[in-house]
Design a protein around this ligand. Sequence first.
Ligand SMILES: Nc1ncnc2c1ncn2[C@@H]1O[C@H](COP(=O)(O)OP(=O)(O)OP(=O)(O)O)[C@@H](O)[C@H]1O
Ligand SMILES: [Zn+2]
Length: 930
Amino acid sequence: MSTLDSLPILPDDLQGAPIVLSPSAPVSTPSSASNPTPSSANPTPGFPVSPPPPAHEPHDSTENDPPRDEIRRDEMRRDTGENRSDAPSSKTDPRKSTNPARAKALWSDSPEPRDVSAQPVSHRKCDEPGQSDEPDRAADLTGGKHLGVQQLFGGEHLTEDQQGSGEAAQTELFETNPPPWELAVEDDVLLASIVFSRSPHGPYDYRIPDSLREELKPGMRVGVPLGHRKKPTPGWCVAVKEGKAVHRKLRDVAECIDESPLCDASLVRLVMWMSHYYQVPAGQVFDTLIPSSVRTAAGTKQTTYFTPAKQVTDAEIEKLPAKQQAVMRFLVSSNRPMTSAELAVAAKCTEDPIRRLKKKNLIVPEVRREMHSGIRILAQTNDGEAERTHELTEQQTAALERITAAVDSGRGRTLLLHGVTGSGKTEVYIRAIEHVVSQAGSAIVMVPEISLTPQTRGRFESRFPAVAVLHSQMSPSERHFQWQRIRRGEVQVVIGPRSAVFAPLPNLGLIVLDEEHDTSFKQDSQPRYHARKVAHARAMSLGVPLLLGSATPSMEAWHATQSGHAELISMPDRVAGRPMPDVQLVDLRVRDDRAGGGAISRPLKQAVDETLREKGQAILLLNRRGFATTIQCPACGHVVACPDCDMPLTHHRDGGKAMCHYCDYTIGTPPWCPACRFDGIRYGGLGTQKLEVEAKAKFPDAKIARMDGDTMKRPGSHQRVLSEFRSGEIDILLGTQMIAKGLDFPNVLLVGVINADSALHFPDFRAAERTFQLVTQVAGRTGRGDRGGRVIVQTFTPEHPAIQAASRHDYFKFVEEEMVNRRKFNYPPLGSVARIIIRGPVEEKTEDVADSILTRLESARDLLKSEVRILGPAPPPIVRLRGKYRFHLLLQATESAVVGEVIRRALADFKTDPKEEIEYLIDIDPVNLL
Ligand SMILES: Nc1ncnc2c1ncn2[C@@H]1O[C@H](COP(=O)(O)OP(=O)(O)OP(=O)(O)O)[C@@H](O)[C@H]1O
Ligand SMILES: [Zn+2]
């Protein structure tokens, strides 16, 4: 494999480095072929290859440039003009295999070098602490030869020996021998490299006609001819470059779809990095980055405005019929473009005279796209909490100083704010952002969608005049409207879930990821990106700090602080000298405590009673929605399961439904056993609905509300329940993990965890971490006022280290022990994992495909001489999902670059038979292993 991949992961290789898809690459033409050729097509042997010119893409790096002495231009590849090809034909040079000393993974989560070999990139180091500087590494940075990368990055240069060695893996995409009539010699053409969200994905090169020279920029959508399609196909321009010595006839870009780029240069770079790292076509990444509401210009309409034609004279106007004259005079005197309706009103006429003037070319129409005036922005109210500025505690002050120093340093670096629950992290974020804003900068704050509560919004909205809150319940026009505001630079702070990482803020000065351990930051559909990783890439590329915050940092973030790739800032104490709440473990194996078979143990019942007597409030956590989690026949043992997923159905009391929580398959709950007709079918397992019934029976005088995926479907339901809880109308709030995060209610005197083991026995190496986080987080919801608070944790395994550590609020003990486990198996953050899921309708065929993927992975690994452990293929815990059989493979190595490379190498040209409907998905750094 390429030595490039043995570099320490280089988040900075994005930093300030314009990606220039090499401008003078041999260019392919999608012209007549139905399979167009990629920009990076294997050049026809013998064609001269010129070294790439310097980066020329306009780039706004000046504002964010680190101090001069921190910039170290890694002249790698650029001036040596050496090979940065990843032509499929390339062979691996074993001498270039991984150098483990160098290859020390940063934290598994930090962005790694895009296939730098594939791109002429000017490198700037970001001087993250601990990052080794290896100035003369450039010397041995010869060819990264990555199959598949050419699909992502255009126009690479091949060295002569590569040009000769033609294994041409993707033959059908390459026109190695263009027909002679396609040969044309053109010099000095301007080319656009275009990618597509649908197959074929490109990139392909197109000529930019003179008429579009000024207009067309990277980050814009264009329409281009593709294959034999009649209409222009929309694609994204990823680079504009000068083509010299072009040897093929190119087709022209037909049109620009956007008036101005939807992505600036740095976002285009981010797209290319994501495309490479997550192994997803760049066109699809663009579609993720730019919401569909923006692409379709939701909430806008086209309006035609008229202006007088330049050459009209008074004499001409005088000769016109009276009505037309009136219109003309009005338009001339108004001195601004007007719509036909406005003109008709002003000139007191119908629209007919206006049409006539247009026909005579005396007035000129201009079509503009405008927002509808009446876009409904959800009321920006909070839940009744009055937010005030606090005088910072010592720990907050110290934390803030370090963050503002990082902002002022103008360097890309990662900070982890580890502050216990209730230590006042939000106040620190706000102050840090105030600092950024005072320098005309802006910030992104990402929070798990669920903690995008009115409270969080309120805190930011009361402190900044221009906040954009992004959430999943926005209408398309609202989303589009906010996006435009953000892009115009009218917004200081963007708050939102993971997709907020793409917010097109012009002067981004800080990215905050609150509750950085939260799994919702990983997208579980293509592209399967993690917001932490993408935020890191974006921050490093812009030279701005990334601030991670959590009371229970992920193992990845923690490891980064230990290995010197992130700076640790600690706030070990709660504000106002409040103590951490006492945690009492209730051993559910002790029969006496279980009291009558319900979910609420005797000690918990007592504690709730006391709390209610003291007029305090309680939170009860049960991490399963529904009523009963299994429906089983006691006579024959039959379990009612989803026909498409082979998972047991959950019984929901409302409506008497049995539902699959994996695919939403729903039937009426059968009154008798579908297998043996026995009519005493039993509901087993416990869900939040059942808990609610039990709680209502046990605490008849209390007002109880349930918060889970089922009750929170309607927009605004969150806000309603939370404001009722704040005002004291609700005494007991019970629900799933939704209630475990971020809430800050001083009157919560008790938190009860119904079953702390629920996540513990998942077949997932992160099970203990999840359990620790969940218990610690929910425990942190109490003791946030002057009246203190306590926690009762029910568990069948009170001795489990994760539960023990959580009960003592002992994060350090937990990480220490957990890190030992991870190290034993080389699991993240000590190693890197990728997962490949293969799914299809026929089990054997799916398994066959999985086996052939394994074979390819193994030979890629052997070829690259890399140390990657490959596990599987095996059926994952969910064997069948939505009617598809599933198999998965896990790849493990110390460095993520190596894992990525093996997959890229193995699967670049892998195609499954479309008739068999078998798909495979690549999940880099998977979070979900089900
Ligand atoms: N310096 C301060 N003095 C007094 N109160 C403060 C101070 N800073 C923050 N607070 C208050 O402390 C409470 C907890 O703060 P915040 O919600 O930011 O904690 P947190 O660290 O984010 O906790 P969690 O991780 O549990 O969400 C809030 O009510 C906040 O208004
Ligand atoms: Zn199902």
